[in-house]
Ligand binder design. Structure first.
Ligand code: IPE
Ligand code: IPE
Ligand code: MG
Length: 255
């Protein structure tokens, strides 16, 4: 590609695909959370790992409520990665069952609160019952406006990017027409702004294949608290920290 012949256009495209609130005044549109540490939480209490996953799912409702209270419009929760299939099958099956049960029990109360539920990731390999539960929840809540809850389940950033590239080739998108905006529209997160803040519980300092395209300019916050112990006040602390950050998107801070 002849980069030299299209500098202005490239510059505009790069900027358009980023959230443009350089001085963000604490505004946080999209919060994403890597809900890690369920296993260690359980182990620290001499409980089976699955008890940690159960406690983790029970924590979700209060975090959705607190997020909505702070005006967050999109909340993306990383619940199961494409790499988590490498775990023992008993744990994988247990997590699948938990998700199915939690969708079945929480969809109605979340619907009443105006939560729109979406799924990002692949449905491949999921049981018929789990796929039906996801489809029921997303269809029932599709017109809700209070907050968008995106469940990243069987999600991996590299797989998402690869799928997007394949669809772009299938659609015969020309090299001339392919820009960041078009590429983004082929991702599972199409229509969702990039995450402003990514919180990771459990203390690790890595993305583990989460939103790797979308997180280019996200702020990071890592806490050693395990996910089942991450409460509303912990979320408030993370949001306060975010407010102190200066986001520049490559520009020079204007004060
Ligand atoms: C996160 O908790 C949930 C999933 C990855 C499914 P973990 O199960 O990874 O908990 P730790 O990291 O082993 O403590
Ligand atoms: C990331 O946690 C995935 C989820 C929280 C769903 P992992 O526990 O799978 O990440 P690694 O293996 O420590 O990088
Ligand atoms: Mg983990």
């Amino acid at each position: 590609m002849d980069l030299g012949s299209r500098p202005l256009e490239m510059r505009r495209t790069n900027k358009d695909s980023l959230n443009k609130n350089v001085s963000h005044n604490g505004v946080l549109t999209h919060l994403a959370i890597i809900m890690d540490g369920n296993g260690r939480w359980a182990e620290s209490k001499s409980l089976p790992r699955l008890a940690g996953h159960r406690a983790g799912t029970e924590n979700i409702r209060s975090i959705i409520e607190e997020s909505a209270k702070h005006g967050i419009q999109h909340l993306t929760l990383f619940a199961f990665s494409t790499e988590n299939w490498r775990r023992p099958s008993s744990e994988v099956e247990g997590i699948m069952n938990l998700l199915k049960n939690v969708i079945n029990s929480e969809t109605s109360p979340l619907h009443q609160k105006g939560v729109k539920i979406s799924h990002i990731g692949s449905l491949e390999g999921l049981s018929k019952e789990l796929k039906e539960a996801i489809s029921y929840a997303t269809n029932l809540t599709r017109n809700n406006k209070a907050i968008c809850l995106n469940i990243a389940f069987n999600y991996g950033g590299r797989a998402e990017i690869l799928e997007a590239a394949k669809k772009i080739l299938t659609d015969d998108i020309s090299v001339r027409d392919l820009d960041e905006k078009t590429f983004s529209s082929y991702l599972d997160t199409s229509g969702i702004p990039d995450p402003d803040l990514i919180i990771r519980t459990g203390g690790e300092m890595r993305l583990s294949n989460f939103l790797i395209w979308q997180s280019a300019y996200s702020e990071y916050y890592s806490t050693t608290k395990f996910w089942p112990d991450f409460k509303k006040r912990d979320l408030r602390k993370a949001l306060d920290t975010y407010k102190q950050r200066t986001r520049r998107f490559g520009e020079i801070s204007t004060g």
